[in-house]
Design a protein around this ligand. Sequence first.
Ligand SMILES: NC(=O)c1ccc[n+]([C@@H]2O[C@H](COP(=O)([O-])OP(=O)(O)OC[C@H]3O[C@@H](n4cnc5c(N)ncnc54)[C@H](O)[C@@H]3O)[C@@H](O)[C@H]2O)c1
Length: 328
Amino acid sequence: MAERVLITGAAGFLGSHLCDRFISDGFHVIGMDNLITGDMRNIEHLIKLEHFEFYHHDVSKFVHVPGELKYILHFASPASPIDYLKIPIQTLKVSSLGTHHLLGLAKAKKARILVASTSEVYGDPLVHPQNEEYYGNVNSVGPRGVYDEAKRFQEALTMAYHTFHGLETRIVRIFNTYGPRMRLNDGRVLPAFIGQAIRGEDLTIFGDGSQTRSFCYVDDLVEGIKRLLLSDHSSPVNIGNPDEITISDFAKEIIALTGTKQKVVYKPLPQDDPKIRQPDISKAKQLLGWEPKVNRKDGIQKTYEYFLSLSKEDLYKNEHKNFGSYIK
Ligand SMILES: NC(=O)c1ccc[n+]([C@@H]2O[C@H](COP(=O)([O-])OP(=O)(O)OC[C@H]3O[C@@H](n4cnc5c(N)ncnc54)[C@H](O)[C@@H]3O)[C@@H](O)[C@H]2O)c1
């Protein structure tokens, strides 16, 4: 009998790659998603498989799954600024109420649960690079507060279930990740630049371009998550790529890779946009023997090829989703 794993956010970018990984590792995967930002096309290749099931469900409501569960991976949450600014209440609910429901399910099933936290818990960091001991610099009432504070609450709730109920919990703090199945228009810099280059538009930099980011390829992230899940570490662990680059230099890399003749244009920096972001991954290296393997050039090439394979309609879509029916 294959061990059963529940993956929430299964139709999203990271969730779908996790489904692929657990299927190829011989698990029976139950994917759950309400499709608020996800897309069934990300998992349509899995639907026909005997060891994949899909539940169309909002985890902010009570979650029921029949049968045993070995692991739960809670990845449901809007993750890009464009998404969580449009659906702030759902964002707060999925990491608070949703996490509560999944922790309850893990307790009932005696399952180990791993929750997806984020580098955003460090906010606009005053410590660089960010290690897990840094408490962060978050504006709770700023525009990004709905995401950052929900994730901070998620961590606190998860830790409380661990200490109070003895639940086996894992917390991964994910730094910017990229790869195939990202959405072109989700407001993140990498798909934004590639999309602009493919459409023959100028590349937009918000601010003066001196802010830094570091990008982890999705296969590296999935490997780190799997190792953390199988480890015995309940405290948060950063997973990301410490290879830091300024947004200006990154724009130059995309221009070189795509061969676009377009130029760079500058727009004002949005409020609370982090100026520096780089993970300290000493803990992941030491505890999990993990570090990223895919270099940026190779990872971006694979992502670029994925974006080139999209239909014209997807390339020119301004917004991925109409959230109208979800706004409550
Ligand atoms: N991609 C990154 O770089 C990154 C960085 C840090 C943290 N994370 C975390 O990883 C997780 C996945 O992010 P992603 O980039 O794959 O985003 P995504 O938007 O592609 O995927 C999220 C998925 O969750 C689903 N979802 C949202 N609310 C739901 C709900 N209430 N019930 C059921 N399903 C729901 C969406 O429909 C979507 O399929 C998120 O928790 C995010 O906070 C991602």
